[in-house]
Design a protein around this ligand. Structure first.
Ligand code: GTP
Ligand code: MG
Length: 444
């Protein structure tokens, strides 16, 4: 049964702030129709029928709009919802929102529309989280996977595991409560069922690493002495002149990050050239400290030196900092020298020599980090719940193997069920709930 909870009426701008073709203001709650009635040129809106008219503040026309009315429970939030599609100028959208607020709605909080959809049982929690993933997806691949969760793939799998555990638990409890009529289940049967459940959990968790990579992407830092061409390479890989390039050593003084979508999300990081002499001032010193940190946190380091000068003692000092990390050593400015030593990877950001090979090398490393066929994507919260559930199941399994009292086994099974229920949101605390929806944007 769907229990629709009563809330106040909320409103927000649902489209990005800025100038665009269309702006959307969304209103949700029991007063939605009453509010639109006060500010719209037409009345008696029909559910599911688009209406064309004017938003008015008394005599003043604010904009010509399309209205999409949805009646509870057939809406995104499960409540009465009105969507106002107006012209996309930032001030038009704001004026309409202000009018809606003046007439009885309250400004929505982050993720409040989706939170209501969850509380009204339009979505389970794993689907609600998929909404946030979809909005924030850095790559098209991740967006596609999030869309799968939105349609409930993870939720379904969790429910399947829940049913497996629940069925065994019911048999155990029946045996305990009605010992005269129901025989307690055989231990071999319990062991078999528990192993099956643990296998299913393992399968979902085996995708955790690649989902984390898909979610966060891999970090690639470009590191080396000043003036070796780090920012030039950064710009070439991004295909835009993002970082300032000059022939002055010490041009880049801060860490610059940009995202690339090469199927895997890549965060490319340009750093300040590392050097140690008296010329450096406080700003550069801090920049260099950041460079070292970035190199430390990176999944892959592109280490650059000047091909014309060869690898100097100063280069080696920096190389020693990163040599234990996943790295590619690059002799840049290859156009300035005829030298072509074996085992040296020559690159030129000017002539683009070696650039395709470098891109392939980067992609190869990136793919090695992610597994192609990721069936399930999960976030840290879900992984944490699954790990705890697995822990309880392993305890149940060990107990079954030594023929422990089934009454005791049932306690671990019950806690395993609770962890699964946390994933879909059947049992959830306000704190967890607020934490999840805080990651949304206003209007979603
Ligand atoms: N000939 C040649 N010049 C290059 C190449 N790559 C970069 N340069 C030049 O080298 C100079 C320094 O380039 P940057 O990209 O600013 O070097 P950087 O490593 O970012 O330097 P810092 O930010 O000071 O650490 C600029 O004048 C670039 O035009 C290359 O492949 N060949
Ligand atoms: Mg630079």
């Amino acid at each position: 049964m769907n229990i629709i909870q009563e809330f106040d009426t909320i409103a927000a701008i649902a489209t990005p702030v800025g100038t665009g073709g269309v702006g959307v203001i969304r209103i949700s709650g029991s007063k939605s129709f009453e509010i639109i009635d006060k500010i719209y040129s037409k009345h008696n809106l029909e559910e599911g029928r688009i209406s064309h008219g004017k938003i008015v503040d008394g005599e003043v026309v604010i904009d010509e709009v399309l209205i999409l009315p949805f009646k509870n429970p057939k809406s995104y939030t499960g409540e009465d919802v009105i969507e106002i599609h107006c012209h996309g100028g930032i001030n038009v959208v704001r004026n309409i929102l202000e009018l809606v607020l003046k007439n009885g709605a309250r400004m929505a909080e982050r993720g409040e529309f989706t939170k209501r959809a969850f509380l009204n049982k339009k979505l389970d929690l794993s689907q609600a989280e998929a909404v946030a993933d979809l909005i924030h997806a850095k790559t098209r691949d991740f967006a596609k996977h999030s869309a799968k969760n939105l349609s409930g793939v993870l939720g379904k799998k969790i429910k399947e595991i829940r049913t497996d555990i629940f069925n065994v638990l019911s048999k155990i409890i029946a045996g305990i409560d009605f010992p005269e009529d129901v025989k307690e289940p055989e231990y071999d049967y319990l062991i078999e069922e528990f192993e099956k459940v643990i296998d299913k959990i393992n399968k979902i968790l085996s995708c955790a690493n690649s989902s984390n990579i898909m979610r966060q992407g891999i970090k690639i830092a470009i590191v080396g002495r000043p003036n070796v061409g780090k920012s030039s390479l950064f710009n070439t890989l991004l295909n835009v002149e993002r970082a300032i390039v000059t022939d002055i050593a010490g041009t880049t003084r801060d860490v610059i990050k940009e995202t690339l979508d090469w199927d895997v999300a890549i965060t490319l990081i340009d750093t300040a050239g590392i050097r140690d002499n008296e010329e450096i001032d406080k700003v550069e010193e801090i920049g260099i400290e950041y460079s070292k940190q970035s190199a430390d946190e990176a999944d892959l380091v592109l280490f650059l030196y000047d091909a014309a000068k060869g690898m100097t003692a100063d280069d080696k000092v920096i190389f020693d900092l990163i040599k234990d990390k996943n790295h590619i050593v690059i002799a840049n400015k290859a156009d300035l020298t005829q030298n072509r030593e074996e085992d040296v990877f020559y690159l030129s950001t000017v002539t683009k020599e070696g650039m395709d090979v470098l891109k392939d090398k980067i992609k190869q490393t990136a793919y090695n980090f992610s597994v192609e066929d990721t069936e399930f994507i999960t976030n840290n919260r879900q992984q944490d719940c699954l790990e705890k559930c697995r822990e309880s199941m392993i305890q149940s399994l060990n107990a079954a193997k030594i023929g422990e009292l089934q009454d005791l086994i049932s306690i671990d099974l019950k806690s395993a069920l609770l962890y699964l229920d946390e994933i879909t949101g059947e049992v959830i605390t306000d704190e967890i709930l607020n934490n999840i929806f805080d990651h949304f944007c206003i209007g979603k």
